[in-house]
Each structure stands twice: as C-alpha cells, then as structure tokens.
Write a protein that binds this ligand. Sequence first.
Ligand code: HAM
Length: 420
Amino acid sequence: MEIITAVKGFKDILPPETDKWRHIEETAHKVFCAFGFREIRIPLLEKTELFCRGIGESTDIVEKEMYTFLDRGEESLTLRPEATASVIRAYLEHNLHAAETVTKLYTIGPMFRRERPQKGRYRQFHQIDTEILGPDDPRTDAELILMLLHFLDKLGLQSLNLEINSLGCAACRPAFREAILSFLRGREEELCGDCRRRIGTNPLRVFDCKVETCAAIISQAPLLPDFLCAGCRDHFEKVQALLRLFDLPFHLNAKMVRGLDYYTRTTFEVTTEFLGAQNAVVGGGRYDHLVRELGGPDISGIGFAIGFERLAAMIPEADADALPQGPLLFIATLGEAALGKAFFLCNGLRMKGIRVEMDHAGRSLKSQMKRADKLRSAYTLILGEREIAENKALLRNMLSSTQTEVGLDSLEETITELVR
Ligand code: HAM
C-alpha cells in the first residue's frame, strides 16, 4: 500500500531540527521577557471577516492566499495567515486595554498562506510575532527594533540588513496615492497585467512587482517619504536618531511598502543575502488605525513577525550541534534478568530527570553498543548475570574510553554526581 504524504507546502519539522527550534523559542522567551512582553496564545481559526478588515481586501494575502471554508455551510472561517489581526481581536475581546496603557504581547505558532511553495516559502509556516499596543511615540518603535536586533544577535546571526521606511498616515498618504496614480496612469500600456489591475485596487503594491519592465518604470515613480506630513517626518527622523544613538546600522528603503494594508508610519524589514529569493526574515511596522478599524478605541500599535523557518535556516549547524543531544547513559543488557533490572534502573533515573536509554528487544550486545554510539550516549553500563549477582557493573565513559566500577544500588547517586 502507498504511504500517505503531507500536504504540498506543509512541512514536518523533524529532530534534530526541533532542537534548534526549541533553542530559538527559549531565546525568544528570555529576550522578550526582559523587554516586558507576555505570551499570548490565539486560535488558528478566525472568522474570515477579521482578516478581510484587518489585512485589507485588496492585498495578495486576502485576495488569493487564504485557506477559507464554510464551516458546515454556515460561517466563513479562515486559517490565520498572520497573527497581528488575531492578537488585536483578542486584545479587544478581553478588554486588555482597560487594564494597562501599554500592552506588550508575543506569540509563536503556525500561519497559513496558499502561496507557491519554494525554498523558504511554505503554505504552513511559523512566525514569532510581537505586538506593542498603546504608545505611538518614536521611542517605542526604536525599543521594538532594538529588541529584535538583540534577539537576532543572541542567536549569533550575522550579515543581516535592517531596512526602514515610513508609510505616512491618513493625512499624508492620500496625496502620495494621487501622485503615484497619476504617474502610473500615464504609463498603463507599459505595465504588466497585475500592475494595471493594482492601479484600480492598491497602487502602492506596484513597488513589489518583480517584472523587470515594471521595476524599470517604477524606479522613476514618486516616493512616499517625499510626501510625509510634518508629524510623520518628525516621527521618522526621531526613530532614525534613536537607532543611530544605539549604533544600529540601517538602510532607508523608500520603496518598501509591505504586503499588508494596515501599516502607518514606521515600517521595517530584516533581510539577508543568505536566503536567496526569499530574503525577508522579519517584517513589521506601526499600525495606528488598525485597532479602531477592528472596532476598538483609538489605540496605536507596532509589531513584527519573524519567519521561523527562514530564521532557523540561518542558524549555523555548529551551534545546533552544541545543543544537548545524546542520553547521559545507555544500559546494555545480556539476558532476561538483566533486562528486568535495567528497566527498573532506567525508570529510577528518568524519574530524576536524567536521560537514559536501553534496548527492550534483547538484541546482541554488539548491536546495543552500536545504538549507544549512534545515540551519542555519554556513558554506557553493561549488565549481565554476573553484574546482577555481584550487584555492580562497569560504567564506561564513551569519550575517554575509561571505565569505573559502580555499585548498582548507588548508580543513581553516581550518575546524579556526573550531571552536576
Ligand atoms: P509578513 O511580512 O507578511 O508580516 O511576514 C513576516 C515574515 O514571515 C516574513 O518576513 C517571512 O520571514 C515570514 N513569511 C511570510 N510568508 C511566509 C511563507 N509563505 N513561508 C515562510 N515564511 C513566510 C506579517 O505577517 C505581519 N503580521 C508582521 C507584523 C506584526 N506587523 C506588525 N506586527
């Protein structure tokens, strides 16, 4: 019979990759906690309307990438394509804004987008998402970016490129929209079909077009930072000054428009040469109207999401090797009585939190030792009839190949000493 494989674009994360993932998660918990963030866990499924309203009807995500279905023919539900809209939904539903003036939340988990799968792009992928709800001052933007870069640094990541831009606000964006529209309308014939369509739906998206002829035209287009109102310009300059104050190198990228409609003012991405075509590891920015658009009060927000798979792909293998892997002890056995005794000893040690392995199948000593080697066990103990009768056995250090005799009754203490 044929085996059933996973769905296209949905990937299994296997050990030892999972060790790396846990290391990343633990680092995130530690770093974010120091910056005052608390973890939130939100459902994978939401009402479709949340994302239509939150992300924007004319974005690629909402137009063509969502996994949407009618729940028993009644209600339209969607597997979350991102976390920001869900975090705000929960923030409003549970009135978190009434409890605090600043709410810092983070969440780690799978997101779903029906994109064309390729290296670094999946249909189920994971994000480490953070959101700060409340303040709209430039210091909050800088603090969030500082935390992000500190986190990436803690993971030993280099060759990263921080790009920032300002997308303006409801006051200054319409003028820019008009300017870009009149620029595009004059060149409609030369644009690709997608860009022509974008003129009527979401003209800012043309900056993301990968078609060469479009890119050439768009390189002449008016740029958003030239249209910022005094308030937005001042905000953006202060964010940059703070980043310089902390010696954080960045590039201004006036063409970075981001793929979601909710952004205002500061937006940023972290990119790397290392990942090839899918070079964005992190995307984020400020959203000063989203909370209100989702039915809440006038509260600002800013956040980012890190692509977990892309981040993990950049962590050097040497670092992953340094993670704890093999068991501390492997007990090899000869005969039925030894199997029984080993099972008992194993259980005792495991109850103490010590990782011990054995073989229940009564295979040859040679194959058991091979397995101990493969598992990279630090120590082995061979138990046979004689060892049981004498109540002692040889504990072998697999790295130094030295052996010491241990009493079976004091095995627990001896091993516990070793892990100290
Ligand atoms: P985003 O730019 O759509 O932003 O996604 C953030 C990151 O998720 C990307 O930079 C990338 O690393 C990863 N990513 C996105 N799609 C895929 C995919 N199909 N396969 C693998 N990785 C992917 C957001 O999602 C915003 N919610 C970020 C945010 C939070 N803005 C404010 N708060």
